[in-house]
Design a binder for this molecule. Structure first.
Ligand SMILES: Cc1cc2nc3c(=O)[nH]c(=O)nc-3n(C[C@H](O)[C@H](O)[C@H](O)COP(=O)(O)O)c2cc1C
Length: 198
């Protein structure tokens, strides 16, 4: 992946907004360019699960200076924005968290929003698409959609923290999942100790 091209970062309305905030913070620490798209339910979940009630509040949480340098925000109903075209270079896309609704739409190429279209473009251009779904239990429909996406080249990276590293607090569990996403994006990180065997 190229350092210069932005990572498309979509936040949708599945539970797990704290993962999105932490991932965004870490991408800014790594000085990566971000094309940010937040669905209306993504914002609702940010508001429900964190103290962040607006995009401006998200900016203030992750740091206004870094945001001004690295983040471009796109409206989810603007399917004419840069991430809607394969000719706009990107360093891949992550949907964190990814609702079952958005996952379903991406799996059939619906492209009815900028998030869905940008994901469709990411797949057709053979760039890395990382989806962090959160739902439980999973129906055959959810599983079928995930299988179709995995076969199309997407990385399905569920919000599944591990316990072998003995997390002491919620932030440790969040960091475990965020580190796995950063690894997929090839962003150097030291968020969690790497397993070296017993
Ligand atoms: C409090 C709350 C929690 C939700 N949690 C989930 C969830 O964990 N997974 C999921 O797939 N949908 C969840 N939903 C439903 C989605 O937000 C809903 O299907 C929405 O239309 C998704 O739209 P989006 O993908 O455009 O953000 C939740 C909704 C609310 C209000």
């Amino acid at each position: 992946m190229k350092n210069g091209a932005p990572i498309v970062f979509a936040i949708t309305g599945a539970s797990g907004a704290p993962y999105a905030v932490r991932l965004l913070e870490q991408l800014l620490v790594a000085e990566r360019k971000i094309s940010l798209i937040v669905s209306s339910y993504g914002l609702r979940l940010l508001s429900t699960e964190t103290d962040i009630k607006s995009i401006d509040a998200l900016r203030d949480r992750v740091g206004a200076n870094a945001w001004a340098k690295h983040v471009t925000v796109f409206a989810n109903d603007d399917r004419g924005a840069a991430p809607a075209s394969g000719s706009a270079k990107t360093a891949g896309m992550v949907v964190c968290p990814c609702s079952m609704g958005t996952l379903s739409a991406i799996s059939i190429g619906a492209s009815r929003s900028l998030i869905e279209r940008a994901a469709d473009v990411t797949l057709k251009e053979r760039r890395k698409l990382i989806l962090m779904p959160r739902e439980t239990p999973l129906s055959a429909i959810h599983l079928g959609n995930m299988l179709r996406l995995a076969r199309a080249g997407a990385v399905i990276l569920p919000a599944s923290p591990a316990f072998y590293n003995r997390p002491q607090k919620l932030e440790d569990a969040i960091d475990f999942v965020v580190a796995r996403i950063l690894d997929q994006l090839e962003v150097e990180n030291t968020l969690v100790k790497r397993w070296k065997g017993n």
